[in-house]
Design a binder for this molecule. Structure first.
Ligand SMILES: Cc1cc2nc3c(=O)[nH]c(=O)nc-3n(C[C@H](O)[C@H](O)[C@H](O)COP(=O)(O)O)c2cc1C
Length: 329
């Protein structure tokens, strides 16, 4: 969960018997190496490295200026200047530089979000022996992933918090809930399937496993755990009644992602056509976020969260994992 955790949560999960993931989508090669070293020095259990693999769009300065105009009233409200647009991105796709940096560590498992990287990168990753996972949000995506060499498929249901891993279509009406998706995928592919989306307690785990999946993936329920890096305003929102109101929004990055509805989403619309393409929508809004957060406000914070917050608990991750696994023999 990029932005809400680092190796600390991954280590706790691995040590407790789960497969902890280190989110690398917002890190550079050096930071990724530091994270790998941190995990390897704390546990000898296998762990997962997670990357984004979106195609970087052309930086469109005109689009960026339109976005700045849309956000101008909020910059004025907080009495800050919006600097001229510059090409910079906090979310970079998996690339050869990163592959060079992680190869010496022989990572056991690598997962991708937004499809798969180019064939030559896939060849490298598979060549050094990593098992590869990726998210599918439709049956078509699952079949495509299997055809393109994944070792396992994460069936990411519509309920899930954070970015939709969608990559074959941008039609949100074709996105599928976890129960329907996991079932269709298990009946259609031969690789292991991992159910994700809305799973928050032992009963949810058991119900998902009954669909014939091989494992489950849980995100939202860990957001309040001691080891998560979830920010203060985000933690607060997760514990409020409003956490039941989530929506898919492109405002914070340019791609649809599920989060708790906040002021930015209410006033600008969940899906705003003037938001620049992923990942360039994030630049200006991050400055607003920081300013509002310094005043204790979540108006411009991406409050990533799935539809089911019932499992969020302020406890150690090992304890949460134990509770989630209570019905597994
Ligand atoms: C705060 C947050 C950040 C996330 N970041 C990532 C990410 O960096 N990479 C990724 O593959 N999935 C990410 N996800 C999606 C999760 O991998 C997973 O699909 C989802 O959390 C499962 O649904 P749930 O949130 O209902 O448990 C994120 C989810 C959340 C809640």
């Amino acid at each position: 969960m990029a932005g809400a955790q680092d190796s600390r949560l991954a280590i706790a999960v691995c040590e407790a018997g789960g497969l902890g993931s280190v989110p690398c989508g917002m890190l550079n090669a050096e930071q990724i190496v530091n994270e790998i070293r941190a995990v390897r020095s704390a546990t000898d259990k296998p762990f997962n490295l997670n990357f984004f693999c979106h195609e970087m769009p052309e930086f469109d300065i005109e689009k960026q200026l339109v976005w700045q105009d849309t956000l101008a009233p909020y910059f004025a409200e907080m009495d800050i200047e919006c600097p001229p647009p510059v090409e910079s991105a906090s979310r970079m796709p998996f690339n050869h530089e990163i592959a060079d940096a992680i190869e010496p560590f022989n990572p056991e498992i690598i997962s991708f979000h937004f499809g798969l990287p180019d064939k030559d990168l896939m060849k490298r990753v598979k060549g050094w022996g990593s098992r590869v996972l990726s998210s599918a949000t439709t049956l078509d995506e699952a079949v495509w992933l299997e055809e393109n060499g994944v070792d396992g498929i994460i069936a990411q249901g519509y309920e899930a918090g954070g970015h939709r891993g969608m990559f074959l279509s941008d039609d949100l009406s074709a996105q599928v809930g976890m129960f329907s998706l996991a079932r269709q995928i298990t009946q259609s592919v031969n690789v292991p399937v991992i159910a994700a989306g809305g799973i928050a307690d032992a009963e949810g785990v058991a119900a998902a496993m009954k669909l014939g999946v091989d494992a489950v993936q849980v995100g939202t329920a860990f957001l309040l755990c001691d080891e998560a890096t979830t920010g203060t305003v985000h933690r607060k929102a997760l514990q409020q009644k409003r956490a039941q109101y989530t929506a898919l929004t492109n405002l914070f990055s340019g791609r649809p992602a599920r989060g708790i509805v906040n002021r930015a989403m209410s006033e600008l619309g969940y899906l705003n056509e003037s938001a620049p393409a992923f990942p360039y929508a994030a630049t200006e809004i991050t400055q607003l976020r920081q300013r509002f957060e310094s005043a204790g406000r979540d108006d411009f914070t991406p409050l990533w969260c799935g539809q089911n917050v019932s499992g969020c608990k302020s406890i150690p991750a090992a304890e949460l994992l134990k509770q989630l696994a209570a019905n597994i023999a």
